[in-house]
Write a protein that binds this ligand. Sequence first.
Ligand SMILES: [Zn+2]
Length: 462
Amino acid sequence: MSQFDLLIKNGKLVIPQCGIIEGSIGIRGEKVAAILSPSEEVSAKKEVDISGKYVLPGIIDPHSHPGYPGAPYGSFYEAFGTETTSAAVGGVTTNIHFYRQYGQQPSPYEDFWEIMGKAEERSHVDFGVHLMISTNSQAEPKEYKKYIEEYGVKSFKYSMAYKGAEGKALGITNDVDDAFLYRTFAELSQYPGVIVMVHCESMELLTMLTAPLKAQGRQDLAAWTDGRPDFCEAESVRRILYLAEITNCPAYIVHVTCEAALREIMLHRERSPVEIYAETCTHYLTQTKDSPIGPFGKVNPPLRTQEDIDFLWQGIVDGDIDTVGTDHCHLLKEQKKDIWSAVPGFPGVALLLPLLLSEGVNKGRLSLEEVAELASYNTAKIFGLYPKKGTIEIGSDADFAIVDLDLEKKVNPEMLQGLSDFSLWDGWTLKGWPVLTVLRGEVIMENGKVLNKEGFGKYIKR
Ligand SMILES: [Zn+2]
C-alpha cells in the first residue's frame, strides 16, 4: 500500500474539462500523486476529511498590482505579505502580478531577480509576473529576448490610457502609441506562447470628455464613467485587435467592462484566426456606476450599467469571456476622498472566488466547472502555467481551493486581511466561500486563518 504525505478525503472534485467526481486526492511532496475513488483504503501521513465539500483547482488571479503608485508600501514587494495573505484567504494559490517601474526613466528591468527575490521572501502564494512595457528602451528586441528567455516572462502589458497628465499623476511614463504597438506586436509574434495584454481606453477621447464634467463640479461616481464612456473602450479594443490581426500576435484584452467592447472581440473572432482572449473583473460583474460606493468605486476603465453586467455574465456562459481577475490594488480609504482626486482602483483578490460562487453559482448563472475554468484552468493555459497549475491531475501541483457552497458570511474589510481598510462589497452577504486553501501540498488557509509563513510562495518562471 502506497503511502501519501497528504490525503484529501471524500471530496467532490471539480476537474476542468472533465466534470465533478466524488473521490479523494493523494499527494506526495508538492504534487498530486493519485485521484482515488471514495472507497479506496490508503495510508497517508496526514488526512483531511472534507466530507463532501467541493475541491476546485487553486484559483489564479491574473490581474493584481502590488506596488501601486500612491498605495502604502509603493515598491513592488513591500506589501506582498498582507496582499498574498488576502489571496490565500480567498482560495487564490497563484497571482500573476503586474510589475511596472514608475518614474521618469523606467529601465529595462535590470534588477528583476533582486526584486523577485524580495517578493518571494514575503509571499504566501506562488506568483508570476506580466511586465509593463511603456518606453522605447524597455521595448528593444534584445530586452524582450532577455525578459522571455532569462526571466521566464511570457506576457507584456501596454496601456492606451495613462498618458500625458493622467500618467504623470500616477508617476507613469508612457510612450505607447500605434507605432510602438505595431512594432512590438510584430516583434513578439515571433515568440510562441508569448502574449500581449492591453488596457484599452482612448486617451484622446477620455481627456476631451472628462474635462467639462470636472468643470461642472460633478462629484458622483457616474461622472467618472461619463468621462470614459463605453465607446472610448470599444474604439480602443477595435484598434488593438486590428493591430494584433495584421501582426499575427495573440492578444489578451484586460478588464473588459461592457457590451460594446465585448462585441468588438466577438466580431474579431468571426473574421480572424489570431487568438484573442478576454478578461473581465469581479467588479464589472457586480457593481454599477450608480452603486452607492462613491469614490471607492473609481477605477479604470470605469464601472458601467446593469445592462453591461448582464451582457458580461452572458459572455461568460457563452465562452466569449475567458478569464476573471480582480485588478487588486491595496489602497486606503484616505486615498479615495473625492471622485477627481481619488487614486483609481481597490482591493479584490480575496473575493474573486466568493463573488463567482455567490453571484454566479448560487444565483444559477454558472456551474462550478465554469468557475474552475474561468478562474484557474483558462488562466493557466493562456499564461503558460498549465499543467503545473490550473487543474487537478496526476503530476500537477497540489493546489486547491476547497469550497463550502452553503457557507454564508457578511463581508467586512478586516476579514479580507489585506492592507486596505475598505471593500466595495462591505456589508454584502456572500454565499459560498473557500474553507481550505492548499498550495503545493500544504494547507495554507483554514476557515479564514492563513497558516503558512511569508516566503512559502515561489516565483514561477513560465
Ligand atoms: Zn490593472
